[in-house]
Design a protein around this ligand. Structure first.
Ligand code: URA
Length: 245
């Protein structure tokens, strides 16, 4: 990992810190997506910080999205911060029934500071309409808040560094449904190795959340089979939301 703060940290200490962070992340994940129990925390504490103090998993009152956005904008937890134009926090209805989780910002998102504004975003708007939804009805966020160079896949250490923010967004928005777009968000939320090809269009659970995995819109732009599956799955999502499925 590259960062001024980490320079000079002996390798053993660094890897211990990395392991502790990984364990902490696992515990936080289980608390939110498997068996959350509300308890108290200080509003200034950063995501997962309170947990660190207590040394045990706990859930806490939500952090306002505006405060989280400030934390994200200042984040330097991984080297992706060096290449970003800006962070891409998320956008939409803070009281949404549906949280859509994509992978990571691309070039357009990095420039505009908003998720899904490129070609995949235009297609996402059409897909939302199939479910009877508009962008104003849902909240849209990504697993990563910074653009990976050349739109490469997110790396495990980047996901680990960034996802406390997604967990906090989820806790604050408290959606009924989480729609995971593609493999990265599906595997992260469901903590599974099962791929999107098998899981798409099936209703899953993660703690108090209903999770509905769907192919990533970008994967379907030039693949008519995936496009058909995506459109069917968004139609099913609409039925689920209307209580028809
Ligand atoms: N793809 C994503 O997963 N997220 C975006 O914001 C844009 C493209």
């Amino acid at each position: 990992m590259r960062s001024e703060r980490r320079e000079g940290v002996p390798r053993a200490v660094h890897s211990m810190a990395y392991e502790n962070a990984a364990t902490l992340g696992e515990k936080c994940h289980r608390m939110l997506f498997e068996h959350g129990t509300p308890s108290r925390r200080s509003p200034e504490a950063s995501p997962d910080e309170e947990l660190k103090k207590e040394g045990r998993p706990m859930e806490h009152p939500h952090i306002p999205l505006e405060d989280l956005q400030v934390q994200v904008a200042a984040c330097r937890r991984c080297p992706l911060c060096d290449g970003r134009t800006q962070t891409v926090f998320g956008v939409g209805n803070p009281n949404a029934r549906v949280l859509i989780v994509g992978e990571a910002p691309g070039k357009n998102e990095d420039l505009q500071g908003e998720p899904f504004v490129g070609a995949a975003g235009k297609y996402l708007n059409e897909l939302l309409a199939i479910a009877g939804l508009s962008r104003e009805d849902v909240y849209i966020a990504n697993v990563l808040k910074c653009r990976p160079p050349s739109n490469r896949d997110p790396r495990p250490e980047e996901i680990q560094a960034c996802t406390p923010f997604l967990r906090e967004q989820t806790r604050t928005i408290n959606p009924e449904y989480i729609v995971t777009l593609g493999n990265f968000s599906t595997k992260f939320i469901l903590k599974t190795d099962v791929g999107i090809t098998r899981l798409h269009g099936t209703l899953q659970r993660a703690g108090r959340f209903k999770v509905f995995p769907i192919f990533h819109p970008a994967a379907a732009l030039y693949d008519s089979k995936k496009r058909e599956a995506l459109e069917n799955d968004f139609a099913t999502l609409g039925e689920l939301l209307r209580g028809e499925a």
